[in-house]
Ligand binder design. Structure first.
Ligand code: PEP
Ligand code: MN
Length: 313
């Protein structure tokens, strides 16, 4: 058997990487698992992302009004979310669509944070806005359209806040890992990867949910992986089942859109769950969280036995 065809890091089976993957993602080696670094745990307030606890981030696509945000924050908190999502700066497909409340939205998020004991994740779209957004957010979200905006990645990294990096809608896994490496190189190790669906020839859904990307990222990268079933599906009826598959694939958390009245949402209403839909989704996750534990156990206990590359399908 040729040496190159063996799993590398044979001294530590739990963190082995196939040589093929090691080569393919060689320019992002800092975010790949290694014997010295197999797990990144991102501290957020008094909890962690990437540890044992499964973390749900939920809330509206856009911050609209105080009532909308506070009602949603209270509800998602009661249903088990730890982090409130909500866009104050919105990258919209149309330049004529609602672009977000800006600073007013950030202030509403800060109010919800204080009242509901939730951490805040919100998108930052421009490097100029990083200091302002970082003042209010516990996690900075880099959107799909900005995954390769390196000036923004560097500015966001320099803020010191944890970063949720969404996969570009036309980005490969290698592209995603390269952008994560840029954030790491800019001095910020607190990175979460987010699979939110990619563009394919399929148009029945808004995007194609790449569940295999979640499975692969959990094998090759030490960074936490968050699934966004809302933007992947584009339709609320599909969100719970996509969430369940992501949990079974051992995602570390979810990013889900929830709105008190999705029909009236200013953005992404079709894919937003209402309160009872969110509650049902969370309750239905229970058995899948047990499957997640099994998947994590397998990942940590030599899921991949050393074997020749030819035997790998
Ligand atoms: C969002 O989270 O509301 C959003 C705009 O996501 P994406 O960048 O994945 O489209
Ligand atoms: Mn949205």
């Amino acid at each position: 058997m040729a040496e190159a065809s063996r799993l590398i890091f044979p001294q530590n089976g739990a963190h082995s990487l196939l040589a093929d993957w090691q080569d393919r993602f060689a320019d992002s080696s800092g975010v790949l698992k290694s014997p010295r670094h197999s797990l990144t745990i991102v501290p957020v307030l008094d909890f962690e992302v990437g540890g044992e606890e499964f973390i749900t981030m939920a809330g509206p696509c856009s911050v609209e009004t105080e009532f909308q945000l506070m009602a949603t924050a209270n509800h998602v908190r009661r249903a088990g979310a730890r982090i409130l999502r909500g866009g104050a700066f919105k990258p919209r497909s149309s330049p004529y669509a609602f672009q977000g409340l800006g600073l007013k939205g950030l202030k509403l998020l800060a109010h919800a944070r204080q009242e509901c004991d939730l951490a805040i994740i919100t998108e930052v779209m421009s490097e100029c806005d990083v200091p302002l957004v970082a003042e209010y957010a516990d996690i900075l979200q880099i959107g799909t359209r900005n995954m390769e905006n390196y000036a923004l990645l560097e500015a966001a990294a320099s803020s010191g806040r944890p970063i949720l990096l969404k996969r570009g809608m036309m980005a490969t896994i290698a592209d995603l890992l390269r952008s994560a490496q840029c954030i790491l190189d800019a001095g910020n190790p607190h990175i979460m990867l987010c699979e939110r669906g990619i563009r394919t020839f399929e148009t029945a859904m808004r995007n194609t949910f790449d569940i295999a990307a979640i499975a692969l990222l959990k094998r090759i990268s030490h960074l936490p992986v968050i699934a966004d079933p809302s933007h992947a599906a584009g339709h609320r009826d599909l969100v719970p089942v996509l969430a369940r598959t992501a949990v079974a694939a051992a995602a570390d958390g979810l990013l889900v859109e929830v709105h008190p009245c999705p029909e009236r949402a200013w953005s992404d209403g079709d894919q937003s769950l209402d309160f009872s839909g969110f509650e049902d989704m969370m309750a239905d996750l229970e058995p899948w969280l047990r499957l997640r534990e099994q998947t994590l156990y397998r990942l940590q206990n030599r899921a991949f036995e050393p074997r020749p590359m030819e035997a790998v399908g």
